[in-house]
Design a protein around this ligand. Structure first.
Ligand code: ZN
Length: 428
């Protein structure tokens, strides 16, 4: 398996991806070898909530040449050299003009940074500090060419749904929009494809929705086109940066006490894996969309060298020396264990969410009412039943109800089943 993952890393690494374009189609087509994704297109100009699907960007070539025609920088050598969504340009210019459109990274002399200009009419080259100095010393004026196109086309994305016994869904989302960087985002999309493949071979309780979209705009578009499905989701994962040599980590979903966070920690502890815990933050990936007010999904992320946190991040040093199939495979196993755990969640839902049930009608109330209990004697069975009715909203697991009430899981399960027999609760 490690070797197959490695093969896909090498196959997909050199493809130029962005938020739209041929490279994304090619990437999804290759991932189809792993799992039968549906590849779909959304036309440029379509409104998705507060956003509009942009024009489609493609690039054929780009270079900077010195006065004698020697190529100083070539897009064909590294697709990070051109800022994503750079407009077409064909000009001769001096150092003073050129340097305004050159960007380098402060991380290391050899790192080419990753930059984008999706929503600005602009262009630029990204180079290493070493290359920047080399261009400055070269003989000008320089010939600067970017052969790119920005036309009314479409945004490409993929999805794959594995139906379970329940219609309730678990959402697994990854982004496909970064060019040649191995941890961010290639490792995430390869892992997600293999995770989908392994789940497709099992009989699952929940329905699993795998989404491969360009970050931000793609996730927003997906939510907009699949509003009902997203609102039918129990929780999920945003998968990214899973293949580095460093420590495992996880970014919590927005409710830190949510079952998904508890389960991730449990899996790390069971496997004696040392990990870093990152609290939820609105800086991050597509959990920003899935956890927005209308959806409020609990989306967590397990990482191995989390984005923002490693020095190679968003540079050409995030490459195939930094990431390998073996590390992605380790992360894949953690994700598989987590989905196993999620698939065992027991969740009940009140059949009558409007106000309280009339307990006596269901034979759940003592014959003489009005008897208040002292709080220091703990919860009575009636209290627990009322708490279960209060908390069983079709989202909360019996484990998290048990943890909240500090009552054993067995008791919660037993009482929930009684309520199910009385047709007050349904089990999802
Ligand atoms: Zn990124």
């Amino acid at each position: 398996m490690k070797n197959i993952i490695q093969k896909y890393l090498e196959k997909l690494f050199y493809i130029n991806r962005s938020i739209t374009g041929k490279g994304n189609r090619q990437t999804l087509k290759i991932l189809k070898e792993i799992v039968p994704l549906n590849i779909k297109e959304i036309k440029s100009g379509k409104k998705v909530y507060d956003w509009t699907i942009p024009k489609e960007w493609n690039i054929r070539d780009a270079f900077i040449k010195d006065k004698d025609g020697n190529k100083l920088i070539s897009f064909k050598e590294n697709n990070l050299h051109v800022i994503s969504y750079s407009k077409s340009i064909n000009k001769t210019m001096n150092w003073h003009s050129l340097k305004k459109n050159l960007f380098f990274s402060k991380v290391s002399k050899d790192a080419i940074p990753y930059r984008t200009t999706y929503y600005n009419d602009s262009w630029g080259f990204c180079v290493s500090r070493r290359q920047y100095e080399m261009i400055e010393k070269a003989k000008g004026p320089y010939k600067v060419v970017i052969s790119s196109s920005l036309i009314n086309g479409s945004l490409t994305y993929g999805d794959y749904v594995i139906k379970g016994k329940s219609k309730k869904e678990i959402l697994i989302s990854t982004y496909i929009c970064h060019p040649s960087m191995a941890n961010d985002c290639l490792s995430g999309l390869i892992l997600t494809a293999f995770l989908a493949r392994s789940l497709s071979k099992k009989r699952n309780k929940w329905t699993y929705r795998f989404v491969f979209v360009p970050e931000t705009i793609g996730a927003i578009a997906y939510c907009s086109l699949n509003k009902k499905k997203i609102q039918n989701t129990l929780a999920g994962m945003v998968i990214t940066t899973v293949g580095g040599p460093g420590k495992f980590g996880y970014k919590q979903s927005w409710q830190s006490e949510h079952q998904i966070n508890t389960d991730i920690e449990k899996i790390f502890k069971q496997r004696k894996v040392d990990y870093i815990k990152y609290p939820f933050s609105i800086r991050g990936s597509d959990e920003r969309q899935y956890s927005s007010q209308a959806f409020k999904l609990n989306m967590a992320t397990i990482t191995k060298d989390k984005y923002f946190e490693y020095k190679e991040y968003h540079t050409s040093l995030d490459n195939l020396n930094f990431v390998n199939g073996k590390n992605i495979y380790k992360s894949l196993n953690i994700y598989k264990a987590l989905l196993n755990q999620i698939d065992s969640w027991k969740i009940f839902q009140s059949k009558m969410p409007y106000c309280e049930h009339m307990m006596s009608k269901h034979n759940l109330y003592p014959k003489t009412g009005g008897l208040y209990r002292m709080s220091n004697v703990g919860l009575t069975q009636l209290d627990i039943v009322q708490w279960i009715l209060h908390l069983s909203d079709g989202m909360k697991t019996i484990d998290s109800i048990a943890a909240q009430l500090k009552v054993s899981k067995a008791t919660i399960l037993k009482l929930s089943k009684i309520l199910k027999r009385k047709k007050i609760l349904i089990e999802l």
